[in-house]
Write a protein that binds this ligand. Structure first.
Ligand SMILES: C[S@@+](CC[C@H](N)C(=O)[O-])C[C@H]1O[C@@H](n2cnc3c(N)ncnc32)[C@H](O)[C@@H]1O
Length: 222
């Protein structure tokens, strides 16, 4: 099935942050994308591979990857690999035109993010684009009972949310994620913060209430 058909069947749910990233790239000239943390989404990745772009999608989540791989099995130009973003990336310098990562980089600590962004910088071509979407410090989870911030790692711990497999997230402010990109060498051109509906489950059928507060930040390798 195509991404269009999957959207019509509501298997892919509308996401403003995915759509903004698509709209941003629409007018640009590019051929290759690395997507970090694809999991069970795939609209962005399927959209661009369906338009002839070469997309490499990575994740730690084997089960989620197989689910998305199966959904998008008829889409060409899309490859998947299990990869930990905290480790060195296998690609040569200057491989991609675009690096995209939605709701993944808030799983890693500040030190890990520093390394991950320096790898993103390395594998991007000159003038390549980076698009990052992370959860915000203004997210409702940061206000739950017992939630606390750990300055050494940047993590916010949310012990009262029992269904989370990991009780820590690196919730960001616009300033902290912008600084992280700038320190890695990126020129940040755009950032925004707003609420977005996200889902509790793999298949995106159970809406998480309330909506998440997310930050999107776009930069270029200067
Ligand atoms: C909430 S899902 C987001 C999925 C998708 N990008 C989206 O837009 O909905 C988080 C993803 O981040 C991945 N992830 C978490 N830590 C990671 C790491 N250290 N390296 C690579 N992927 C990681 C998970 O495996 C999962 O695929």
């Amino acid at each position: 099935m195509t991404v269009f058909e999957l959207s019509q069947m509501e298997i892919f749910k509308y996401s403003p942050t995915e759509q903004h990233a698509i709209d941003f790239l629409e007018g640009l000239s590019f051929e290759t994308i690395k997507s970090i943390g694809i999991s069970t989404a795939g609209y962005f990745e399927g959209y661009w591979s369906g338009r002839g772009k070469k997309v490499v999608a990575t994740t730690l989540d084997k089960k989620g990857m197989e689910y998305t791989k199966n959904l998008l099995k008829e889409v060409e130009n899309l490859t998947f690999q299990i990869e930990d973003v905290t480790q060195s990336m296998p690609e040569e310098n200057g491989t991609y035109d675009v690096v995209y990562s939605r709701l993944c980089l808030h799983y890693i600590s500040d030190i890990e993010l520093k390394k991950a962004l320096s790898e993103c910088y390395r594998i991007l071509k000159k003038s390549g684009h980076i698009i990052v979407i992370v959860k915000s410090l203004n997210d409702w989870t940061a206000k739950t009972e017992g939630a606390y911030y750990e300055p050494e790692t940047g993590y916010t711990y949310t012990p009262s949310i029992k269904r989370y497999s990991k009780i820590s997230r690196r919730l960001h402010s616009i300033q902290s994620i912008t600084e992280a990109l700038s320190n890695a060498g990126f020129k940040v051109q755009y950032s925004n913060e707003f609420t977005e509906t996200i889902y509790e489950d793999y298949e995106r059928t159970v809406i998480e209430i309330p909506d998440a507060t997310v930050i999107e930040v776009y930069g270029t390798k200067s």
